[in-house]
Design a protein around this ligand. Structure first.
Ligand code: FES
Ligand code: FES
Length: 128
C-alpha cells in the first residue's frame, strides 16, 4: 500500500507529541480508543482566556495513520477557537493525508479525540 508524502512526514516527524497537565483547568483531555483495532489516542488542548487554543499535544498508541492524523489535528487546532476546532471532520483529515479506505477509522479516532478534549474542557469550565 502506498502512503502519501504528507502522511509519511507526519508519521516520521510527528508534531506536538507530549502531555499537558490534566489538572490545569485550562486543559481539556480527550482519550479515545478504536474498537476496530484497539488503538488508543490521547489529545489535549490548552485554551486561553479568549477561548482560543494556544497549545495542543497528543500521544497515540497505534498505527502510522492514527499517529499522522493526531499530529495533523494538533497543528490544525492551534490558534483556532473551540467552535472552529469542533467543526474539524475526519473527512478533512483523511483527504489531507490521502488515507486509504481501510485507514479511514484512524482519522475518525482523531476527530473523536479533539471533540472529547473540547467537551472535557467545557465540562471543567461549567464546574467552576
Ligand atoms: Fe495495528 Fe492499528 S491495527 S496498529
Ligand atoms: Fe486502527 Fe489506525 S487507528 S489501524
Amino acid at each position: 500500500m502506498a502512503y502519501s508524502e504528507k502522511l509519511m512526514d507526519h508519521y516520521e516527524h510527528p508534531r506536538n507529541v507530549g502531555t499537558l497537565d490534566v489538572k490545569d483547568d485550562n486543559v481539556g483531555t480527550g482519550m479515545v480508543g478504536a474498537p476496530a483495532c484497539g488503538d488508543v489516542m490521547r489529545l489535549q488542548i490548552k485554551v486561553n482566556d479568549e477561548g482560543v487554543i494556544e497549545d495542543a499535544k497528543f500521544k497515540t498508541y497505534g498505527c502510522g495513520s492514527a499517529i499522522a492524523s493526531s499530529s495533523l489535528v494538533t497543528e490544525w487546532v492551534k490558534g483556532k477557537t473551540l467552535d472552529e476546532a469542533g467543526q474539524l471532520t475526519n473527512a478533512a483529515i483523511a483527504e489531507e493525508l490521502a488515507l486509504p479506505p481501510v485507514k479511514i477509522h484512524c482519522s475518525i479516532l482523531a476527530e473523536d479525540a479533539i471533540k472529547a478534549a473540547i467537551n472535557d474542557y467545557r465540562n471543567k469550565q461549567s464546574k467552576e
